[in-house]
Design a protein around this ligand. Structure first.
Ligand SMILES: [Zn+2]
Length: 99
């Protein structure tokens, strides 16, 4: 059973109240990868450098780097918080609610 707690305000959402689910995908903008710009040798060098850089990263740093590319979240919201988030998304301003 779903834990009926609003992820925004922390309020318990009663069984007779509507619980709203907000799914968020946060991902890096996909840019073009132009391998033709480099000679094959340069690509190998770049790849080798990338592998070496990754070998120096901790598991935590790798997780963080992976999250920067693509991550998904699922939040429960009460009716009031849904309305608040709705207005911020609709107006495309202060979408994180940080000011
Ligand atoms: Zn709430």
């Amino acid at each position: 059973m779903e834990l009926r707690v609003c992820d925004a305000c922390g309020r318990w959402i009663e069984a007779n109240e509507t619980l709203f689910i907000m799914s968020v995908t946060l991902q890096a903008e996909a840019g073009p990868v132009d391998l033709d710009a480099s000679a094959p040798g340069d690509v190998r060098d770049e790849f080798e450098k990338l592998v070496q850089a990754m070998e120096r990263m901790t598991a935590e740093q790798i997780d963080e780097a992976t999250d920067e590319v693509h991550e998904n979240y699922r939040f429960a919201l009460c009716a009031e918080c849904r309305r608040d988030v709705h207005h911020r998304m609709k107006s495309r301003s202060n979408i994180t609610g940080s000011y």
